[in-house]
Ligand binder design. Structure first.
Ligand code: GLU
Length: 287
């Protein structure tokens, strides 16, 4: 059973139409809140290049059509960039972030040097080889990204763990610092085009919305480790997690926003009902 009075959220990025995978994620979040808790809606619209208002409207339409009701006003992530910047300053004051000039091409080139060994792919792509580590924030230029110095950050805090309540790996999960350094590395906390990042904004908004359980696809399991670390560095309350399986197509490929054939709006236009959607996701029809 969900924890009494859990506060959960569905947090789509309006960069494309919702598909069956999103419907599943939204149903799981609503279900975990249950009748005692609160199910909130957050629009994660910090990527101004990729987000569109038309997708925000489509998300609201789809959720309403599915019969999902969220509690209270919709949280717009882009309205809270001021608090995200403040948190970055706090990390900078602790000496935990540094400015990075490297382009993707620079990173690829550095990783192809023979002494580097096989590049490791982390939650955000290649683990950063560290060319800019040690640069001072005093030298930060407006075109720089800001990265977390993972080794330093981990050395500042004690052992970390999070409670996973989901069906796939229910357990208390410990963060292994060596694994974090090798497999996650110095992640970007402020992208040059955004002034923040998914990782930073998501933990700050989860705390600001007083979320108690984060439900999300298991593809974000490694990203969750970054979030647990950031919660600790920023002294935010811990949350429990519920990672769920991904909805896949017949070939086992996970659905993506570009798979328009699985878009909820397309299925609806083709005559599917909300009950059909629930049944196709393996959920009780709700009828
Ligand atoms: N906004 C993210 C997405 O649409 C998910 C947020 C999260 O669960 O952390 O993939």
């Amino acid at each position: 059973m969900p924890p009494e009075g859990a506060v959960t959220r569905f947090a789509p990025s309006p960069t494309g139409p919702l598909h069956l995978g999103h419907a599943y994620a939204a149903f799981v979040a609503a279900e975990r809140a249950g009748p005692q808790g609160r199910f909130l809606l957050r629009i994660e619209d910090i990527d101004r290049e990729r987000c569109r208002e038309s997708y925000v409207r489509a998300i609201l339409d789809d959720l309403t059509w599915l019969g999902l009701e969220w509690h209270g006003p919709i949280w717009r992530q882009s309205d809270h960039l001021g608090s995200h910047r403040k948190a970055l300053k706090k990390l900078a004051a602790q000496g935990l972030i540094y400015p990075c000039k490297c382009s993707r091409g620079d990173i690829r080139a550095a990783l192809s040097a023979p002494q580097e060994g096989a590049p490791v792919i982390g939650p955000d792509g290649f683990v950063y080889p560290g060319a800019c580590r040690g640069r001072s924030m005093l030298d930060a230029g407006s075109q720089d990204a800001l990265r977390l110095d993972m080794r330093k950050a981990l050395s500042r805090i004690g052992p970390l763990a999070f409670q996973e309540n989901g069906p796939l790996h229910p357990d208390q999960h410990r963060l292994d610092p060596d694994w974090m350094i090798a497999h996650v590395g110095d992640v970007v906390l402020s992208r040059r085009d955004m002034g923040t990042s998914y990782h930073l904004s998501v933990v700050l908004d989860d705390a600001a919305q007083a979320i108690t359980e984060v439900t999300r696809g298991v593809d974000l399991f490694d990203a969750t480790m970054i979030h647990v670390l950031l919660q600790s560095l920023l002294e935010l309350p811990p949350v429990t997690y519920w990672h769920h399986d991904l909805i896949r197509d017949e070939d086992g490929k996970r659905l993506a926003k570009r798979d328009d054939a699985r878009a909820l709006a397309t299925l609806r236009a083709d005559g599917a009902t909300p009950s059909d959607i629930r049944l196709s996701l393996g959920l009780p029809s709700g009828a």
